[in-house]
Design a protein around this ligand. Structure first.
Ligand SMILES: [Fe+2]
Ligand SMILES: [Fe+2]
Length: 190
């Protein structure tokens, strides 16, 4: 059975993974002296992560998928609680990354190391988070949620904006820009 909302969540994860992998390869290029920092580009990539995954994607997981699974499967409680805690830390983690970029912009080369470390930490946390959702939560949800549960969750996720473009297509140009800079993004899972 294919479940629409899980496909949408997976697609949203791929959009976030593409952005993270773009940020990583730009940072590697800067480190290797192949690229000069384009601070505005880096800022808009971080803004995308803040506006789409952090403000749209995570809240919907909490309100719909996790809320239903809580009712249906006690076994899922520890992992759900861990993921919800990580969602609550999202704003603070974004702020750390944004501050690191602001210092980099201000200090130039001297600020690169700090930015790069903050970026690597952020990427590692997000990857772990998405993989936990796909490997642990998706299978439990598939096993325990009812057809009515899925109808409700699907309706909520179907109303999402396009994860690759944002609500008004404002990130379309950003995605084509990073695709040109970064090597092809590696999608999550199978
Ligand atoms: Fe999440
Ligand atoms: Fe997620």
């Amino acid at each position: 059975m294919t479940i629409k909302s899980l496909d949408i969540i997976h697609d949203e994860h791929r959009a976030l993974a593409a952005m993270l992998s773009g940020l990583r390869s730009i940072a590697s290029g800067i480190e290797a002296g192949r690229l000069k920092p384009d601070y505005d580009l880096l800022e808009s990539m971080i803004e995308y992560i803040d506006k789409v995954p952090e403000k749209v994607h995570h809240p919907k997981e909490d309100q719909y998928l996790f809320a239903k699974l809580r009712q249906r499967c006690a076994e899922a409680l520890p992992v759900i609680e861990r993921l919800e805690t990580e969602h609550r830390q999202g704003d603070a983690r974004m702020a750390t990354l944004r501050d690191a970029l602001a210092s980099y912009r201000q200090q130039g080369e001297a600020g690169f190391q700090g930015y790069h470390e903050a970026l690597k930490t952020y990427i590692e946390q997000e990857w772990k988070h998405m993989n936990t959702e796909e490997r642990e939560v998706f299978p439990l949800a598939k096993a325990h949620l009812t057809a009515e549960d899925w109808a409700e969750i699907d309706a909520a996720f179907l109303s999402n904006q396009n994860p690759w473009e944002g609500a008004a297509g404002e990130y379309r140009a950003l995605f084509s820009k990073i695709v040109n800079i970064a090597p092809a993004p590696v999608g999550l899972g199978g």
